[in-house]
Design a protein around this ligand. Sequence first.
Ligand SMILES: NC(=O)c1ccc[n+]([C@@H]2O[C@H](COP(=O)([O-])OP(=O)(O)OC[C@H]3O[C@@H](n4cnc5c(N)ncnc54)[C@H](OP(=O)(O)O)[C@@H]3O)[C@@H](O)[C@H]2O)c1
Length: 341
Amino acid sequence: MNILVLGGTRFLGRHFVAETLARGHRLTLFTRGQSPNPFGTAVELRVGDRDPDVGAGLAALAAGQWDVALDTSGYLPRHVEASCALLDGRIGHYIFVSSVSAYADLSSPGVDEGAALAALPDPPSEDIALHYGGLKAACEAHVRARFGNKALIVRPGLIVGPHDPTDRFTYWAARFGAPTLLGARGARAVLPAPPGRTIQCIDARDVVAWLLQAIQAQRGGTYNLTSPAGRFTMGGLAEAGHELSVARGFDVTIAWVGEATLEARGVVPWSGLPLWIPDSDRVLRGMLAVDVTRALDTGLSIRPLLQTLTDTLEVLVSTPQGQRFTSVLTAELETELAATA
Ligand SMILES: NC(=O)c1ccc[n+]([C@@H]2O[C@H](COP(=O)([O-])OP(=O)(O)OC[C@H]3O[C@@H](n4cnc5c(N)ncnc54)[C@H](OP(=O)(O)O)[C@@H]3O)[C@@H](O)[C@H]2O)c1
């Protein structure tokens, strides 16, 4: 197949490109050429910008025809509308990567694909940090309007795994498997009690595997993509993490610290202690328990956390990473908190 990726060189897109190349497909990537292209001449690289008003904009996509387009870099409706209009009639199957953040209300578990979507303020804003979900929902609308039943919209939860540029899961790989990367850490890792706390995430490679099946089936529609609610817990993360730490010659054990203590000591949920959303968070407490029945019914398979932790760590320690782990709780605070448990 001829496949166009709007993106493809950082994380999710990178895994998709690696896997589709391995299967013998022909890949065209459209990027600004700012992130290094790990695929060299194995892909055709077209350089431009999703923003039609920046430089040559989308001019590099003026010609060509593809069986599938995967859009991993669409964040602003204006950009997505422009590329959809330009590619109309030249794409067989358009896949847009949205997010569970597109939902209006994540305060309760069980949000499925029929739930209401986030809205943009009036007048609309392009502030991605403030309106990520509403912007994604508006992008989705353009894709659906243009491509109809040839449009596949996926709404992943937290995407994790090797090459993740964020610390939101990679922290745990480092904390258990290479704690020295995080400064002078104690032997006990602080985790938010209780161990039965549900967490939800998906390895980028599991997203890709599901996408490849969906491409084969020419599937349209909208799908949440993450681990089934309840499959992963903080306790499961602790067990997998301990196994990784022992395999790497450490013996990191767990200090379960209650939410009240974490909050009182100013630990920032999600960034300070990755994958932690406090029960007291009335807005987001359902975000790690969305419904993935549709994806499971269409072949979604989720690998074990230990495999994701192990592979994430391998890439982390083998590639230069630049400055990382600046938002997570400090070694000093972690040691103090561990002493309370
Ligand atoms: N990470 C998560 O937990 C999570 C969860 C849910 C949904 N998502 C969604 O999943 C997608 C993940 O994307 P990714 O970053 O992993 O994908 P990726 O395709 O691996 O990397 C992003 C690509 O977009 C290109 N790009 C960025 N801005 C561009 C622009 N203005 N014009 C042209 N190309 C541009 C980058 O190259 P250059 O820098 O060279 O331009 C890069 O190739 C996003 O849509 C995100 O919203 C992520």
